[in-house]
Design a protein around this ligand. Structure first.
Ligand SMILES: Cc1ncc(COP(=O)(O)O)c(C=O)c1O
Length: 458
C-alpha cells in the first residue's frame, strides 16, 4: 500500500492554514466580478471560496488560505489535483495531438478497450463506450439508446435522484430548484422510493422491512394499472450522491435487477459520482454483485480534464444507427490519456488506493459513530469507502433535519477552520466526505475532528 509519506508529498504541507476570514478580500472582489459577468445559475451559487491553486487533497484560495479538500470538486479529483503522473500525461499528449473530433483517435480506442476491461461483470469485455465531457451527456444518451434498443419510451428513476439538468436529465432529477420553471420536462418518467433507510418512506426498518422499496419496483413494472407499461430503462445511482449519500442495503439493487429482467427493460447504473473507486471498488454496483446493462460515468474518471462516458452491452450496438450520436469534443486525445492515467493510479494494486479508501472510510465513520454519544445533532452516518455522509438533525428522535440556516453556518465554520465540505441531501443537511482517494490519513482525520468539534455546538 502507498505510504502516508508518499501521499503527503502529493499535497501541500501543514494544511489547513488560514490567513483571512472567509471570504477574504481577493475572493470577495472576484465574486463581485463573477456576479457582473457570469451566469449565476452556475453550481455553487454563493459558495465563498474561489480556488487558485490545487495540489493533491489541498487547495488554496485567491487570498492564500490553505484548505483540506473534502469535496474534491464534487468527487471529481479522485487522484487529487495536479497528480504528477497526470501532469506528465498532459505534457506527453499535448505535444502530439489533443482534439480530433468524433472521428476517434488511437488514445480513445485504447481507452475504450481499457474501460471494457474494468467494467462491472455483465459488461466487462463485452461492451461499447460512447464518450462525452459531462455526466449529464452520458445520462442523456443512456435515455436515447435505451429507447432505441427497446422500442419503448418510459424511464423509471428514484426519489432523491440527481442525473443532471439538461433537457432530458432534468426529468430524472428530483430537486425542486432543478425542475421548477423549466418544463415541460420529457414525458414518461416515473419516480419510485429509493432505499433511504434512515428516512424510510414506508416507515419500516431494515431488515425486517423485507426491502419493500426494492419489491415495489417489481410491483410497478410487473403489475397492471401502474401506468408503467412502456418502460425502456430503470436508471439508478449505485449510491445516491446529491440526494444525500444514501447507501442502500444489498438486496435493493438485486430486486431492481430481477424486476427489470422479468419485465424486459434495461438496468442503467449511474456511477457518475459513485464510480472511479470512490466507494472502495472501481464501481459501487460491484459491492452488490448486480450486472447492469449500461453504466454512466464521469467525474473522477477525468479528474483534472473533463471526461465522461456511457458504456453499454455490446449487443445493444445492433439497435443503433451509425453516426447518429455525434459530439464535437468527445474523446479528446488529451482527456483520454489523462483518463487512462487516472484509471492506472486508481487500480494500481501496489498502491491499493481502493483498499485504503475502504479502511480510511471505516475509520472516519467509526469516529462519527463514537461521537454520537456526545454530539446530539448527528442523526445518521453512512456510505462506503470515501463516499461518506453525516446527516445532521435538530432532534434525533423525530429526525427533524437541522435547518438550512444552521447547516449554512456549519459549512461556513468549516471553511473558516480550513475544511472544504459541501453539504447535500434532500434537506441540505448531509455533510459529505468525498476527498481525493490520495488524501493523507492525517488530513482526513483532522477534517473529521474539525467537523465533530463544530457539530458539538448544535
Ligand atoms: C449521479 C450523477 N449523475 C449525473 C450527474 C451529472 O454530471 P455532470 O454534472 O458532469 O453533467 C451527476 C452530477 O453531480 C451525478 O452526481
Amino acid at each position: 500500500m502507498i505510504s502516508e509519506a508518499e501521499l503527503m508529498q502529493l499535497s501541500f504541507p501543514d494544511a489547513p492554514h488560514m490567513l483571512t476570514a472567509v471570504p477574504g478580500p481577493k475572493v470577495q472582489a472576484l465574486m463581485a466580478e463573477s456576479a457582473k459577468y457570469e451566469a449565476f445559475t452556475r453550481g455553487g451559487g454563493g459558495f465563498p471560496v474561489i480556488l487558485e491553486y490545487g495540489k493533491g487533497a489541498t487547495v488554496k484560495d485567491a487570498d492564500g488560505n490553505l484548505y483540506i479538500d473534502m469535496a474534491a470538486g464534487v468527487a471529481v479529483n479522485a487522484v487529487g489535483r495536479g497528480h504528477p503522473k497526470v501532469l506528465d500525461a498532459i505534457r506527453r499528449q499535448s505535444t502530439l495531438i489533443m482534439h480530433t473530433t468524433d472521428i476517434t483517435n488511437p488514445k480513445r480506442i485504447e481507452l475504450a478497450k481499457k474501460i471494457s476491461g474494468i467494467m462491472p461483470e455483465g459488461l466487462r469485455g463485452d461492451c461499447h463506450t460512447s464518450f462525452f465531457q459531462a455526466g449529464s451527456d452520458a445520462v442523456e444518451t443512456a435515455i436515447k439508446f435505451a429507447r432505441r434498443h427497446t422500442g419503448r419510451t418510459q424511464i423509471l428513476a428514484f426519489h432523491g435522484a440527481y442525473h443532471g439538468v439538461w433537457c432530458g436529465t432534468t426529468a430524472l432529477t428530483t430537486g425542486y430548484n432543478y425542475r421548477h420553471g423549466w418544463g415541460p420536462l420529457i414525458a414518461g418518467v416515473q419516480h419510485l422510493p429509493y432505499a433511504y433507510c434512515y428516512r424510510c418512506p414506508f416507515n419500516m426498518t431494515y431488515p425486517s422491512c423485507d426491502v419493500q422499496c426494492g419489491k415495489y419496483v417489481d410491483h410497478v413494472l410487473n403489475t397492471p394499472y401502474t401506468a408503467a407499461d412502456d418502460v425502456a430503462a430503470v436508471i439508478v445511482e449505485s449510491q445516491q450522491g446529491e440526494g444525500g449519500y444514501v447507501a442502500p442495503p444489498p438486496e435493493f439493487f438485486q430486486l431492481i435487477r430481477e424486476a427489470c429482467d422479468k419485465y424486459g427493460c434495461l438496468y442503467v447504473a449511474d456511477e457518475v459520482q459513485s464510480g472511479a473507486g470512490r466507494t472502495g471498488k472501481m464501481w459501487c454496483i460491484e459491492h452488490y454483485g448486480v450486472k447492469p446493462d449500461m453504466v454512466t460515468w464521469g467525474k473522477g474518471m477525468g479528474g483534472d480534464i473533463p471526461m465522461a462516458g456511457l458504456t453499454y452491452r455490446a449487443d445493444i450496438e445492433k439497435s443503433l444507427v451509425e453516426g447518429s450520436q455525434p459530439s464535437t469534443f468527445a474523446g479528446n486525445a488529451l482527456a483520454c490519456e489523462v483518463c487512462m492515467t487516472n484509471i492506472d493510479i486508481i487500480t494500481d494494486p501496489e498502491a491499493d488506493l481502493l483498499g485504503r479508501a475502504t479502511a480510511l472510510g471505516e475509520e472516519i465513520k467509526g469516529r462519527f459513530l463514537d461521537a454520537m454519544s456526545h454530539v446530539k445533532c448527528i442523526g445518521d452516518v453512512r456510505g462506503r469507502g470515501l463516499m461518506i455522509g453525516v446527516e445532521v438533525v435538530a432532534d434525533r428522535k423525530t429526525k427533524e433535519p437541522l435547518g438550512p440556516a444552521k447547516c449554512g453556518e456549519i459549512a461556513l465554520k468549516l471553511l473558516n477552520r480550513g475544511v472544504i465540505m459541501t453539504p447535500c441531501g434532500r434537506y441540505g443537511n448531509v455533510f459529505r466526505f468525498m476527498p481525493p482517494l490520495t488524501v493523507p490519513r492525517e488530513y482526513a482525520i483532522k477534517a473529521t475532528d474539525i467537523l465533530i468539534d463544530i457539530l458539538r455546538e448544535y
